[in-house]
Design a protein around this ligand. Structure first.
Ligand code: SF4
Ligand code: SF4
Length: 337
């Protein structure tokens, strides 16, 4: 992927109250570049090594940072469930799954990949992440684990009012809040207006970046039917499906492993809840995610794959669709066409 350039700059976000997200570059500080904090080797040979290493710029030593593989966006479910029921949710979170990410798992799973990957973005989402009472702790863990990444919390905003400490956490850990809007009806937008009032009030007090995305305006059909009748579109054209795919930059960390995209990662949760046609979904249910103990070559190969067999189950030309209100219960496994 072209995003894996070899520039030594660090991208970080600078936020201005009421302003747009801006990206600036800064040189890594010495402590970051040398990984200070790990035990120093000792002995004569180690002394020579450290002396030489301190001349890294003369000798073009590979830094700890250079040994990581770059990727654009790494996502993790803070909660599998969601209060909304958007049909065709690419995370299948409209099916009312249960389960939250624990702070211990967040630390272990993110930490295992933080030593291998250098993502530009880390996205905390779901499902709806504000359903997880440990949300603020997980935001802090994500920032601590990926100090150089742009970290964002993606939410539909419904339960933000439950987290009085969140504006402070967002400011302290330099985390962007992305408000994802899922319908254009008057009823839905009235609620969004209330949420935005809350967020603007937060921004009177705290400095954090806020982005509002009209997600419903580009909704696409990803599969057929729903619930137990869920079937893949299966156009059989992996290349075309990959080209049209909206999840190309949505690597998932799920159960500690790395997955290509949300649908492949979370179809298993759907299969546990409904008796879907396992034969039709074979390549997704059989998909083997990458283990954190993989080799560097395996990791690079995984990230460079592009279209692969699982993509044959996706639509080659995803059909634009008007999203029915996600406030209705119908999206929870209700019949679609
Ligand atoms: S808000 Fe809609 S699209 Fe987002 S996770 Fe919930 S059901 Fe899925
Ligand atoms: S299987 Fe391939 S085309 Fe389908 S969502 Fe995943 S990455 Fe995209």
């Amino acid at each position: 992927m072209t995003r894996r350039g070899r520039e030594s700059r660090v991208e970080s976000q600078e936020r201005e109250k009421g302003g747009e997200l801006r990206v600036e570059s800064r040189e890594p500080e010495t402590g970051e570049e040398l990984g200070i904090g790990s035990p120093e080797p000792s002995g004569a040979a180690a002394g020579s090594f450290l002396a030489l290493e301190s001349r890294r710029s003369d000798l073009d030593f590979p830094s700890e940072r250079d040994s990581k593989v770059r990727c654009h966006n790494l996502e993790i479910h803070v909660s599998h469930g969601c209060n909304l029921t958007c049909e065709q949710c690419s995370h299948f979170s409209n099916y009312g799954f249960r389960g939250h990410l624990s702070p211990a798992d967040a630390r272990a799973w993110l930490g295992a990949w933080a030593v291998r990957l250098e993502p530009k973005w880390v996205s905390l989402l779901g499902g709806e992440p504000t359903l997880n009472p440990a949300l603020c702790e997980i935001v802090a863990i994500a920032r601590e684990t990926f100090p150089r990444a742009l970290v964002q919390l993606v939410t539909n905003g419904w339960f933000l009012h439950r987290y009085r400490e969140l504006p402070d956490v967002l400011e302290r850990h330099n985390v962007r809040l992305e408000l994802s809007v899922h319908h254009g009806s008057e009823q839905y937008l009235a609620r969004v207006a209330e949420i935005l009032m809350l967020l603007l009030e937060w921004r009177e007090r705290k400095r954090f970046s806020l982005h509002v995305r009209r997600s419903y305006s580009r909704w696409r059909r990803l599969y057929r039917s729903a619930g137990a009748d869920l079937r893949p579109v299966a156009d059989g054209d992996a290349e075309a499906a990959w080209e049209a795919c909206g999840s190309r930059d949505c690597l998932q960390i799920h159960e500690g492993k790395l997955w290509k995209c949300p649908p492949v990662a979370y179809l298993r949760l759907t299969a546990e809840k409904y008796s879907i046609d396992r034969t039709a979904w074979g390549s997704w249910l059989d998909y083997r995610p990458l283990e954190p103990g993989c080799t560097d070559d395996e990791l690079r190969e995984f990230l460079a794959r592009g279209a692969e067999r699982v993509c044959e189950l996706c639509p080659a030309n995803p059909e634009a669709m008007e999203l029915r209100s996600p406030l209705s219960r119908a999206g929870k496994g209700g019949e679609e066409r």
